[in-house]
Design a protein around this ligand. Structure first.
Ligand code: ZN
Length: 253
């Protein structure tokens, strides 16, 4: 019988896959309060054994001072906030004082172009993390630092299916992610349609984990545009826009 899912354990597992270690200082700039990201990662980082700095959102100058003075090894926040922090750190000449090894970025879609900017700015592994309030919060699926581009779904706790959003039938290609909780008590969720679009990645991962992988999310079922019969997701347009040096990332707060 499987053990009851412990959100902190799943979140800790995700952090470890991204490169987190027990002796790390993890700067958590996800919002605390009712949003699951802040406390979800906080408890996961504690379970990992790391020191957590509960920075929450806002106040960029203070965040940068904390990251520099307390020696942050990992940055946990949305990718857009990580870009904003990088811009301000560069402008203030603080990039040399901050030595991040990895980032756990989620809660919004982000492209490979954004990953490249984050990794270049911070000199880090920038990893994608997936969770949703209806299931548990952070720690449902995560990239590993060894092979980015696909996320391991922690399928001993969350059963993933991918269906055609029109028919609800299983599909082998890109479709809507459907999740069933296997070990959650009190609030189990059966075949929850996430609205998030992905596909299974069948090749084994070089990291050795055997949790089933899904590709990075290409968008939402409900924000897909059809242009001349072609399915277009806003995240694909973002990647093209970011290639133009005349256009800055959308990081103004
Ligand atoms: Zn892996």
């Amino acid at each position: 019988m499987l053990a009851r899912v412990a959100p902190a354990a799943a979140s800790a597992r995700a952090l470890a896959a991204m490169g987190g270690r027990p002796d790390d200082v993890l700067h958590n700039a996800y919002g605390y309060g009712l949003f699951t990201g802040g406390l979800g990662f906080h408890y996961g980082a504690e379970r990992l054994g790391a020191t957590v700095v509960p920075a929450s959102g806002g106040n960029v100058p203070l965040q940068l001072e904390l990251m520099a003075d307390l020696g942050a090894d990992g940055l946990l926040c949305t990718p857009s906030f990580a870009l904003l922090l990088a811009e301000r750190a560069e402008a203030e000449g603080m990039l040399d004082r901050i030595d991040l090894r990895f980032g756990a970025f989620g809660a919004e879609p982000w492209s490979e172009a954004v990953r490249a900017k984050l990794e270049q700015a911070w000199g880090m592994d920038a990893c994608d993390m997936y969770g949703l309030s209806e299931i548990m919060g952070p720690g449902v699926a995560s990239e590993c630092r060894e092979e980015k581009g696909a996320l391991h779904v922690f399928d001993d706790h969350f059963l993933p299916e991918i269906v055609d959003p029109e028919t609800g039938r299983a599909t082998h290609g890109r479709g809507e992610l459907v999740l069933t909780t296997l070990t959650k008590e009190a609030f189990p969720v059966l075949r929850y349609r996430t609205g998030d679009v992905t596909s299974f990645v069948d090749e084994p991962c070089s990291c050795g984990r055997t949790h089933r992988r899904i590709s990075r999310f290409s968008g939402r079922v409900d924000d897909m545009l059809i242009v001349r019969g072609v399915n277009v997701f806003p995240s694909e347009i973002e990647a093209v826009v970011l290639e133009d040096p005349a256009l800055a990332p959308s990081t103004r707060s």
